[in-house]
Design a protein around this ligand. Structure first.
Ligand code: ATP
Length: 252
């Protein structure tokens, strides 16, 4: 089994606060892993340290066998890490397909700036074909020409996933995908994600407050509290542990 993430002793401090204290995590190809913990526990900080949005104060990060400790975000993306955002970061009047085309042009990256990428004009047939393959996987191909503003929140989340998939990640970080969705939309999103992930083989690290989603979607979970890992193991066992329930008091 190929290891897609090996993070060892990851530490991050902000003026006086230790947001992450020696966090160690390993994820294998094809796994679905949860990262849970109360507000302010350090989950987003950990994502940002893996992605290279933040540099760490200690520890090492390997993505798919490549040591990316200290490397900038674009190198980590090339090594195989992708992400979605908690708050959707899409352009309302751009079409669904345009979002993927831009991601594809960034992936091929030749140092162009965003404005040049957007200024490249209409998608070429090869770009359309590749984007539509990903849209097909996500059940969005019929919406390819729609502007984002016409989509539901759940469909917007899938476009974000599609955009991340254009870079062919080996590890996809999902930041609270259920945020703002009701139960049936959350279930539909989880089903699509499961289908795509099981055919494509990438691993997922899921940050979520929705305990039901974490329990049904992931097989293993890590629990952060005040920047420290307080539990890890099979998700159902982790959720049942008294230490986790205490840390979460008020959140269940
Ligand atoms: P939530 O579930 O609310 O999103 P979280 O688990 O993602 O929380 P983080 O956002 O990673 O938690 O925050 C961890 C700690 O680091 C908090 O105490 C937070 O205030 C602090 N922190 C995060 N980013 C910064 C920053 N840029 N400057 C200073 N402190 C920060």
């Amino acid at each position: 089994m190929n290891r897609v993430l090996k993070a060892q002793g990851v530490t991050k401090r902000f003026a006086g606060i230790t947001a992450l204290d020696e966090v160690t995590m390993e994820i294998d190809e094809g796994e679905r892993v949860g990262l849970i913990g109360p507000n302010g526990a350090g989950k987003t900080t950990f994502f940002n340290c893996l992605l290279g949005v933040l540099q760490t104060d200690g520890g090492t990060v390997e993505i798919a066998g490549r040591d990316v400790t200290g490397a900038p975000a674009y190198r980590r993306a090339k090594a195989g890490i992708g992400r979605t955002f908690q708050r959707i970061e899409l352009f309302p009047d751009c079409t669904v397909r345009d979002h993927l085309v831009i991601a594809e042009r960034i992936r091929r990256g030749d140092g162009r700036l965003w404005k040049d990428i957007i200024g490249l004009g209409r998608p070429r047939p090869a770009e359309v074909a590749r984007c539509d393959e990903v849209l097909e996987l996500l059940g969005l191909v019929e919406l390819a020409e729609e502007p984002i503003e016409r989509l539901s929140l759940g469909q917007g989340r899938l476009v974000e996933v599609g955009r991340a998939l254009m870079t062919e990640p080996k590890l996809l970080l999902l930041d609270e995908p259920s945020s703002g969705l009701d139960r049936s939309e959350t279930t539909a999103l989880a089903k699509t994600l499961e289908e795509v992930q099981s055919t494509q083989g990438f691993a997922i690290l899921l940050v979520e407050h929705d305990v039901e989603l974490v329990t049904s979607f992931t097989t293993r979970s890590y629990v952060l509290d005040f920047g420290r890992l307080i539990a890890q193991g099979p998700t159902r066992e982790v959720m049942a542990s008294s230490e986790v329930r205490d840390a979460y008091l008020g959140n269940f």
